[in-house]
Design a protein around this ligand. Structure first.
Ligand code: ADP
Ligand code: MG
Length: 263
């Protein structure tokens, strides 16, 4: 087990929590470079337990890089990232602990094509969590029910629609019982008629109190579900606020420009 020390909120972040609120993700002064390219610049962000954060911003602004740093799919070079009281370093135990706590759903569903839906769902619990097979199957069927496709359990991903595949991907993450879910443009690859079925599943998760960080340009979803909307540009957090405030009164010119293009 990695050493856990309680997360103190990052002082510089504009969404500093009230006393007593538990911060489960803290980014403080986070910087990252790809070679010479400075992709994340002094990122400060606090995410409270149960908070729903939507991240938006132009393509190439560093949104994916930022959330991939949260579960160490990418490595930052400067600053601190603390997730569920574990500081992310090269310590393999810390990385393993975070990966168990933090689920991630990608734009491309990343299911194993040669395994059935059910086999996709039980793989992680059996191999990573050492869950007995029978229990893993029960859990998998429970979450397939939750994403409303229990009847697809024995099909292969290629036999499902994009919306169904993405719901399988969400169920697969949930089978690992994460306390935090990260979404990176989960509906961007979907045909319009399938976007809603995925957003509905995400909305239900949010209503149950899951801590979520979602990169998405679905502003209807942001408006109805997010506690906080973060606007990023050029590797920086330009502005963050409640959706109501950010959409009605964006303060920064770049935010205004971006919103005028997508709303
Ligand atoms: P977003 O998700 O906001 O579109 P990304 O985080 O994917 O932005 O990328 C931010 C910038 O970093 C882009 O300019 C992209 O080309 C660059 N980038 C992303 N991944 C890599 C990589 N592995 N190596 C070099 N540059 C990268
Ligand atoms: Mg991206």
């Amino acid at each position: 087990e990695p050493t856990r020390t309680t997360v103190e909120p990052s002082d510089d972040a504009p969404n500093t929590p009230a006393p007593g609120e538990e911060v489960v993700i803290k980014l403080q002064g986070v910087n990252k470079w790809y070679g010479q390219f400075h992709v994340l610049r002094d990122i400060n962000l606090n995410v409270r337990k149960g908070e729903r954060v939507v991240v938006c911003g132009p393509s190439g602004s560093g949104k994916s890089t930022m959330i991939r740093c949260i579960n160490r799919l990418e490595e930052h070079q400067k600053g601190d990232i603390v997730v569920n009281d574990v500081t992310l370093t090269n310590d393999v135990k810390a990385i393993e602990a975070i990966r168990k706590d933090v689920g991630m759903v990608f734009q491309s569903f990343n299911l194993f094509p040669h395994l059935t839906v059910l086999e996709n769902l039980i793989l992680g619990p059996i191999w990573v969590k050492k869950t007995p097979r029978k229990e893993a199957i029960e859990t998998a069927m429970y979450y397939l029910g939750r994403v409303k496709i229990p009847e697809q359990a024995n099909k292969y991903p290629g036999q499902l629609s994009g919306g169904q595949q993405q719901r399988v991907a969400i169920a697969r993450s949930l089978c690992m019982k994460p306390s935090i879910m990260l979404f990176d443009e989960p509906t961007s690859a979907l045909d319009p008629e399938m976007i809603k079925e995925v957003l509905d599943v995400m909305t239900e998760l949010a209503q149950e109190g899951m801590t979520m960080v979602c990169v998405t340009h679905e502003m209807g979803f942001a408006r109805s579900v997010a506690d906080t909307v973060v606007f990023m540009a050029d590797g920086q957090i330009v502005e963050m606020n409640t959706p109501k405030e950010l959409f009605a009164n964006p303060k920064e010119e770049r935010t205004k420009q971006f919103l005028s293009q997508i709303i």
